[in-house]
Design a protein around this ligand. Structure first.
Ligand code: GRF
Length: 207
């Protein structure tokens, strides 16, 4: 059974990318991590991927200035040349153009450190602490035009403990992320993840 070829986009340390690589080292895992791209050429995760024998490249966004689309066209071309079928965002810190999102719609996953739809966007741990929730966690979802709002593939919950700081909560959630992302990727490529959103089926017109 051929494994689904996955590309990973990172910007930094790449611990979620590492978790995906570790899971895919098992030949029975239904996906292989075939290419890692970072918009920051000095991202620590690039070296980790290369050390694991995975093609890894920095495609610096800075020479492209404000031309976000031109940068993404290069990334898109690299993924397509490599035969990538699914993209996993793993700490990729650039907002994407609608063009890129639409080009990979239904084929792109992201992990966000909150229980979506709560605490979208920046500083989700701070948002959780400020809201006073006693439970938070992480979500793997499909990437759609609205940030952190695509169909959910899976979630993991962790407690928010008295005295938690952003750092302590982030560390607890990150451990859950490392288990959740591989499980969700496996489910997604096996057709068990969230199906394409069919809003019509969510409402009963007779009801
Ligand atoms: C993770 O918390 C992820 O949920 C968020 O960015 C962070 C990336 O961390 N999107 P890492 O680079 O995977 O270690």
């Amino acid at each position: 059974m051929p494994r689904t070829k996955v590309g990973v986009l990172i910007s930094g340390r790449g611990s979620n990318m590492s978790a995906l690589i570790a899971a895919a080292a098992d030949p029975s895992f239904p996906a292989e991590i075939a290419l890692v791209i970072s918009n920051r050429p000095d991202a620590a995760g690039l070296q980790i991927a290369a050390d694991a024998g995975i093609e890894a490249m920095g495609i610096d966004h800075r020479p492209f200035g404000d031309d976000r689309l031109a940068h993404e066209r290069v990334i898109d071309a690299k993924f397509r040349e490599a035969g990538i079928e699914v993209i996993c965002l793993a700490g990729y810190m650039r907002l994407m153009t609608d063009w890129f999102i639409q080009a990979w719609i239904g084929k792109q996953l992201n992990i966000h450190p909150s229980l979506l739809p709560l605490f979208k966007g920046l500083h989700p741990h701070r948002q959780a602490l400020l809201a006073g929730v006693t439970l938070s966690g992480c979500t793997v979802h499909q990437v759609t035009l609205e940030t952190d709002s695509g169909p959910i593939v899976g979630q993991a919950a962790v407690p928010v403990l008295p005295g938690d700081t952003e750092d302590s909560l982030a560390a607890r959630i990150l451990k859950a992320e490392h288990r959740l992302y591989p499980a969700c990727l496996a489910a997604f490529v096996s057709g068990k993840g969230s199906p394409a959103l069919d809003t019509a089926s969510l409402f009963n017109p007779a009801g």
